[in-house]
Ligand binder design. Structure first.
Ligand code: IVH
Length: 748
């Protein structure tokens, strides 16, 4: 007899859960990816045919649901406490002695566990089903992030013990959501490709992911979880120790710390802490310490807790791993926008699981502040971050004659890539190569132009970009619009000895996506052009406030942001109440106060304009002083954007775009049927007053002027229209009566 769909679904779900556990929790897959996909597909098909099979604990329910507006706050059934921290072995000794004093005569057993560096959460299971997942919050109440946590494969949606007679009715387990190092590296690579900001470390990436309101997005983040504690438990077999808890959690299907040490005295504990420090670089997630816990639960109860933390546990934090090595040289790298970044070339040193031979030095000021010189022995550190940094210099080891670094001297005032002029803008700490034809920038500009968050051009990664520049097929992004499949197909991406052709298929994809890019919106274009300081968010916001690229180039909004900033700086300079600025006579004082007042009034007026357009917000009213405010984009970005459009490359780009017939459009909200159209109203309209008509025109995106000219798009004409009507007729401008006008406005 064949199974019913219900039976088949249950069997499939069970089998998939088993494979999930083997793959995700035990890291020992028992089936090939293909066979797994087959089972999963069959499960999805069954659920598509019979939606009632799609229960909350089905393995299909990990892909995330609809976005939500915000998280609900939920009170924890039992508080989630934190731990007392220390960096000192002495304090670990004191802690052990203190607990022993509270439990005289008891032989104590300690469990030492890795302290996972992630985000603390609590998971609640009722009758074996995952019902609630919360963040720690303030320890008393946290955010309900159940939908996000469901997407984590190592959280069982139903417990292995389900159906067993002694399964707990309620089980709260606690642990840490983490991101594996490899998952983190991959995520950042993808973000770099998409031109999105990188996460500094796996913990930030984890916290950022859990805060997402769209769980479908979270499902794509490589999150994982490690469980090490419990909250409320009702029913189930009694658990009387930490080691017993970890065993039970493992049996129920949870991932628990893979290494723990059971210790009987403080020396044992300190040995375990040292050993954990040796092995943790090999873990697939970041740890920042060891947690020392009294093993037996009955003894824990006897020592109790303070208001914040239990007395029976303590966290020992490892100092971030550092090592010494020699700084052999400082080289200079050229970034996408021409920024010159000094890089420390180090004598290779082993640190936190990998060999480090380079570290970022950020910029010239940073080098001066730390007084870092070539030949120095430096202390380098890696805090789980991807790029290691130079912390300090061991001055006593400095060789005689070591010279301070200066960018001008190191580069001879020339870009290391193109030999072009470099310049340090007063407003920036960074030096920049100002040759916009610099090949380092040219290739990187092409690659950036093609990034997913920019114009999403397929088959145009770093290698192809480099080759296009090298073979002089493209010097800038605009050249892409002239490329053909015939030119690109035979492009050799390899060497003369080992040729590797780009191929017709890839070339076609590239050319097709270049063609698609023509129709993309203003925000993507603004981002794609690699304008200094133009990130995704800023491009998005400028795209909302402008109609097209020339409008950004001449943006009154950006000019006002700059003017406003200058005026505010001026108020600081002339403020008569400032101690530096004391007026020297009463007459002078009165004059200066008046000047100050006038300036504040000007600022208010200008700010009022920006606020009414939604481009600025007042964050604090300051009485007779300028109010505190924020603008959609700041003055430094505004300057950078306007400077770029005013530069040779900016002009050339706008010209080329116009010639190519490319005109990216903004998505100004409120745009309507008459977006950008100019009206003249004349005569008496049958039902509407002039003001009403004007308001309607503006509400649908248009504007009105008083005189008919070639630039007029429509004449709205009523009774007794005179010379304007005649002129419009002469210029062949469309003439609308009120009824037609209202009809065109439709429901708007
Ligand atoms: S036990 C009442 N064990 O460290 C004690 N915490 O600094 C609850 N953490 O909030 C914590 N790994 O987020 C414990 N093996 C581990 C841990 C661990 C990481 C985190 C946890 C806690 C914080 C305290």
């Amino acid at each position: 007899m064949t199974d019913s769909p219900q039976q088949r679904h249950a069997a499939l779900a069970e089998e998939i859960r088993r494979h999930d556990r083997a793959y995700y929790v035990e890291a020992q897959p028992t089936i090939s990816d293909r066979d797994y996909d087959k089972l999963y597909r069959e499960l999805l098909d069954l659920e598509a045919a019979q939606p009632q099979l799609r229960t909350a604990d089905s393995p299909s329910q990990r892909v995330g649901g609809a976005p939500i507006d915000g998280f609900e706050t939920v009170r924890h059934a039992m508080p989630m406490m934190s731990l007392d921290n220390t960096y000192s072995q002495e304090e670990v000794r004191d802690f052990v002695v203190r607990v022993q004093k509270l439990l005289p005569g008891e032989p104590l057993e300690w469990l030492v566990e890795p302290k996972a560096d992630g985000v603390a959460i609590s998971l609640r299971f009722e009758d074996g089903l995952f019902t609630l997942g919360t963040t720690r919050g303030d320890g008393i109440a946290g955010d309900d992030v159940t939908a996000n946590l469901r997407t984590i494969r190592t959280i069982p949606l139903r417990l292995n013990a389900l159906g067993q007679a002694d399964a707990p009715g309620v089980l709260e387990v606690r642990g840490e959501v983490i991101m594996t190092r490899s998952g983190f590296a991959q995520l950042n690579r993808e973000r770099a490709d998409a031109g999105e900001p990188l996460f500094a470390n796996p913990r930030n990436a984890t916290a950022g992911s859990l805060k997402q309101l769209d769980s479908a997005l979270v499902a794509r983040r490589p999150l994982d979880i490690v469980l090490y504690g419990s909250g409320e438990i009702i029913g189930g077999p009694a658990i009387d120790s930490q080691s017993g808890l970890l065993d039970a959690l493992g049996q129920l299907g949870f991932r628990t710390p893979q290494h723990t040490w059971c210790c009987s005295g403080v020396d044992d504990v300190l040995d375990a802490i040292a050993e954990l420090d040796r092995v943790r670089p090999g873990f697939d997630y970041d740890t920042d310490g060891a947690v020392i816990k009294l093993n037996r639960f009955d003894l824990r109860e006897r020592v109790g807790a303070t208001a914040k933390a239990p007395r029976w546990a303590m966290a020992f934090k490892y100092a971030p791993e550092q090592t010494q090595t020699k700084l052999n040289a400082i080289t200079v790298q050229v970034g996408r926008t021409g920024t010159l970044t000094p890089v420390a070339e180090l004598e290779p040193a082993f640190l936190d699981g990998s060999t480090i031979s380079r570290a970022t030095l950020h910029n010239e000021d940073e080098i001066a502040r730390k007084d870092i010189r070539v030949g120095d022995t430096v202390l380098i550190e890696k805090r789980g971050d991807v790029i290691p940094g130079v912390i300090s210099v061991l001055r006593e080891l400095r060789p005689a004659g070591a010279e301070p670094f200066d960018m001008q001297g190191a580069t001879g005032g020339r870009c290391p890539e193109c030999g072009g002029e470099i310049r340090k803008d007063e407003a920036f700490v960074a030096w920049r190569c100002i040759n916009l034809q610099c090949p380092a920038q040219a290739a990187q500009r092409l690659e950036h132009f093609a990034a997913r968050a920019a114009l999403d051009i397929e088959c145009l990664g770093d290698i192809v970009s480099d080759k296009l520049v090298e073979r002089q097929l493209a010097r800038g992004p605009m050249d892409l619009f002239g490329l053909t499949v015939e030119q690109l197909g035979p492009l050799n991406l390899g060497t003369d000895d080992e040729p590797r052709m780009f191929g017709e298929k890839n070339a076609t994809k590239l050319v097709e996506s270049v063609a698609r890019a023509r129709g993309m919106g203003l925000d993507r274009w603004l981002f794609a052009l690699a304008i200094p300081e133009m990130g995704r968010t800023i491009a998005g916001s400028l795209g909302k406030f402008h109609d097209d690229l020339p409008a950004v180039a001449a943006s009154p909004l950006l000019r006002n942001v700059i003017a406003l900033d200058e005026k505010v700086a001026e108020t600081v300079r002339i403020n008569p109440r400032s101690r530096k600025n004391r007026p020297n006579s009463d007459a002078d004082k009165a004059k200066r106060e008046q000047q100050y007042k006038n300036l504040v009034a000007e600022i208010r007026e200008m700010l009022g304009g920006l606020v009414s357009l939604g481009f600025a917000k007042i964050s604090k009213e300051n009485g007779s002083h300028p109010p505190n405010y924020t603008t959609e984009v700041g003055p430094s970005v505004a300057r950078s954007v306007l400077d770029w459009f005013a530069s040779g490359i900016g002009h050339a780009t706008l010209e080329r775009l116009a010639k190519l017939g490319i005109d990216p459009r903004g998505d100004r909200p409120g745009g309507g049927v008459f977006d950008g159209k100019t009206f003249v109203i004349t005569g008496t309209l049958p039902t509407m007053s002039r003001d009403e008509a004007k308001a309607k025109i503006e509400a649908t995106g248009g504007k009105t002027t008083g005189t008919v000219s070639k630039k007029t798009d429509y004449l709205l004409a009523g009774e007794k229209a005179g010379s304007k009507l005649a002129k419009a007729k002469a210029l062949e401008i469309p003439i609308l009566d009120e009824a037609t006008f209202l009809e065109l406005c439709g429901g708007e």
